[in-house]
Design a protein around this ligand. Sequence first.
Ligand SMILES: Cc1cc2nc3c(=O)[nH]c(=O)nc-3n(C[C@H](O)[C@H](O)[C@H](O)COP(=O)(O)O)c2cc1C
Length: 322
Amino acid sequence: MELPELKIANLVAKVPIIQGGMAIRISTGALAGAVAATGAIGVIGASGMTFDELAAEIRLAREKAKGGIIGINIMFAAREFWGIVNTAIQEKIDLIFTGAGFSRDIFKVGLENNTPIVPIVSSARLAKTSERCGASAIVVEGKEAGGHLGTDRSIKEILPEILKVVKLPVIAAGGITTGQEIAQMLKVGAAGVQIATRFVLSKECNAAAAYKQCYQRAQKDDVVVISSPVGLPGRAIKTAFVEKILKKEAPSPVGCDFCLKNCSLEYCIIQALLNSLNGDVENGVVFSGENVWKIKNRNIRPAAEIIDELVAEARSVSSTTS
Ligand SMILES: Cc1cc2nc3c(=O)[nH]c(=O)nc-3n(C[C@H](O)[C@H](O)[C@H](O)COP(=O)(O)O)c2cc1C
């Protein structure tokens, strides 16, 4: 099937793929810029960044994007939520994705600054609330997604329910690893897809080699759901630290800087994510989508090559058969 353009407010992406934002510093300006340059939408995972760092990453992404669309993703659960939002708006970000919690006030700020707001939701109730509050589109995320999860239901179940109750562009996310799956989501009625796990195996992804190797080696049983101090479940690849979390034996935080509005203090999720980002995966959490093991080509390739492959696979699907 021919892929439609993805329209969000006054933005038009030629390729209806959004590279999902990935904290902490997994999707930075290099990846977002490379994705945006292909005509898809690149997203910087802004949670955990300082304001100056975020501004620098947005500028870097712009340099690489060749006029393409750049967004940021910020967790509502982050204490610095508003500082990050304001920094992104000052840097003239094209759009803002928000997940891990829900803010009604963000829509007002988006409207005042002409910045489209795209919440990430997992239920028809929040999808309708988002539309009423002024969202420009919504990302619907199923339990197959990586990172923090808002549901235990599959995207295949939730998507049709949400399409029935909102008129906004609906973007499907969670577990998509092939162009054929993109085509399926579009046929059901999604305006586009959000994909994250697939892009960790890109040259431009900021994670250490050891992190990417976890993705390259992962088998089906290696992907598990853990509890996160944020107060949500999270999907990750088994490491020694993840085994400790599963056994409720993870060490308590040391030197907490209160980065979350509410934290269970079960362990420090930020330190665990930073450890793995920097290559110490055994002492860290490696977030990943459920279907990482299904990715056929797990070589590290330029993001543009990954997008070309996804688009070619989607195009190979007939637009009439299901
Ligand atoms: C390593 C990693 C980090 C993530 N970090 C965030 C994040 O900071 N904020 C967010 O809203 N979603 C986050 N996600 C979710 C993705 O943006 C995306 O919606 C989801 O993973 C899509 O499913 P997929 O990974 O199977 O393609 C993360 C996912 C991964 C794999």
